[in-house]
Design a protein around this ligand. Structure first.
Ligand code: GAP
Length: 508
């Protein structure tokens, strides 16, 4: 899937037209970077969440779940480092009045240089044909080497400056690179300033500082502060994990790109508590496990890649992202972080409570180390939608948009459709619907021609359509139509549930 703005626009329009995702408060012209999930969106989202929950909690004897409150004691965010360090450097263009993340402006500049390298490589590959050795070319061609050197120099200036909060140096970097505002084209920038991404609100009726609380920017801290509760009441032995899904809130500076970057979004996080010194072994284990989970959806490997962090978060000693090939390019979908004992040790310090594990094998207590897997539910939703969207030209010259959503995730598993709205067919179809609805999400519809109804089901990704026709009344058989191939076969009514269940299972 290429970087494809047109495709992205089509997916956004489709998501709205077919009840997957609507802009929040749309009748009031929407609210920036907030979205609502419609009737099919909520089903798809639930199915993705269930797939994650099952693979984490149900399939591991040593991982349990949690549902912590969004509101937490304000000291949690002091201890976690978010009050002091959960900042993005921002910069405004005085002409366009647009606000940007300063590091993203620089990274976009790097992407442009990478594009130049890719062009050189493409030209050389055409020139040399079969004999082309890409690795050798990249390391020896003077122009490519120079571009690579520019990228390295920029990274050498950007990341330490970010790490050490040297905002003047980021200003200077933007100036030296001659970066212009993508909207106004001007270099008329403000100074770079730090901007804390946490939303705050007041708890109780007094609006004094002491009552200020934050909307959690990650679900992880709810897990850390419950570590002792769960370890003790669940008699958990290290290594063990705690998994949680739920809303997180960030006042993102740049919040475009539909549900990719929102101010209110949902995370699915798992903290895996391990013996100190074993964290990198578990880090590697979870990297591979998480990639398997993604591939388990049936989306091919070529759509994913690992990306090692150049700049580590304030709590991590190793970090990889799993990136997905979105229509807007390869972007972060999930983070796997080795968080050391940073969080538990810090909560121990701030709360004054001992947060340790007594290891019976070592006969000693320690603060466990943590490996975290953290994935955005909305981004996974977008990944599935992006992969599923197909605009097809059929043999008869007509067009169809079909969402090839992995069947086990599809919002509706089967649509039950009487061929016509008379002759007793609706009654028979409703009889079938009333039985099937206890097995999985079904849909009943009798309005419009059967062709139109098939198209509507294709557009929402329903893998199977069951059609009741006149023959059904004679021999109790129906047709089952498969979404992707559009092939139909006749089966007995008593077999419908079993056939669909088997196909859904084999697809997973
Ligand atoms: N607890 C670690 C943590 O929060 P993160 O990389 O900041 O790490 C994890 O976030 C995941 O949450 C990301 O990989 C992404 O999928 C999702 N995410 C983060 N910010 C988001 C946003 N503004 N909108 C949608 N999803 C977001």
């Amino acid at each position: 899937m290429a970087n494809n703005e047109e495709l992205f626009k089509k997916i956004i329009a489709h998501a709205k037209e077919y009840g997957f995702v609507f802009p929040s408060s749309e009748i009031y012209d929407g609210l920036s970077a907030a979205y609502d999930y419609g009737q099919y969106g909520v089903e798809l989202k639930n199915n993705i969440r269930n797939y994650w929950w099952k693979s984490m909690v149900q399939h591991h004897e040593n991982i349990v779940g949690l549902d912590a409150a969004i509101f937490m004691h304000p000291t949690v965010w002091k201890a976690s480092g978010h009050v002091d360090a959960f900042n993005d450097p921002m910069i405004d263009n005085k002409d366009s009045k647009k606000r940007y993340r300063a590091d993203v402006l620089v990274e976009d500049h790097i992407v442009k240089i990478e594009g130049k390298i890719a062009k050189e490589v493409e030209k050389a590959a055409k020139r040399f044909g079969e004999a082309f050795n890409e690795k050798q070319y990249i390391s020896t061609n003077p122009r490519v080497v120079e571009y690579q050197q520019q990228i390295d120099d920029i990274k050498h200036r950007l990341y330490p400056a970010m790490e050490e909060n040297r905002l003047d140096d980021i200003n200077k970097l933007i100036e030296d690179l001659g970066i212009v505002c993508p909207i106004s084209g001007s270099k008329n920038w403000t100074e770079v300033r730090q901007f804390n991404l946490m939303f705050s609100t007041q708890m109780g009726s007094l609006s004094e500082d002491t009552n200020q609380i934050f909307l959690r920017p990650e679900t992880a801290q709810g897990i850390f502060v419950n570590y002792l509760n769960i370890q003790k009441t669940g008699r958990m032995k290290i290594p063990f994990g705690i998994a949680q899904t739920g809303k997180a809130f960030r006042n993102e500076i740049v919040a475009r790109q539909f549900i990719f970057r929102m101010r209110e979004f949902e995370q699915m996080e798992m903290q895996f508590f391990v013996k100190p010194g074993e964290e990198l072994k578990w880090f590697e284990y979870w990297k591979q496990e998480r990639m398997k989970w993604h591939l388990g959806m049936g989306i091919p490997e070529t759509e994913y890649r690992f990306h090692e962090h150049d700049k580590l978060a304030h709590y991590a000693n190793a970090a990889f992202d799993i990136e997905f090939n979105f229509p807007i390019g390869f972007k972060e979908l999930e983070g796997i972080h080795s968080r050391t004992d940073f969080d538990l040790a810090s909560h121990q310090k701030y709360s004054g409570k001992k947060i340790q594990y007594f290891d019976p094998e070592l006969n000693e207590s320690y603060v466990p180390y943590v490996v975290e897997t953290s994935i955005g539910l909305d981004r996974t939703f977008l990944a599935v939608m992006s992969y599923a969207y197909h605009d097809e030209k059929l043999e008869d010259g007509s067009d169809r948009v079909v969402m090839m959503i992995p069947p086990f995730l599809a919002p509706i598993k089967a649509a039950v459709l009487p061929l016509v709205k008379k002759d007793g067919l609706p009654e028979k179809a409703l009889e079938i619907f009333d039985k099937l609805k206890y097995d999985y999400m079904c849909f009943y519809e009798e309005k419009d021609s059967i062709g139109k109804r098939y198209r509507r089901q294709d557009a929402i990704g329903t893998p199977y359509c069951i059609t009741v026709d006149h023959q059904t009344l004679q021999d109790n058989t129906v047709t089952i139509r498969e979404r992707d191939t559009m092939k139909q076969e006749r089966i007995g009514i008593e077999k419908i549930s079993e056939i669909i269940s088997n196909r859904l299972k084999s697809n997973k």
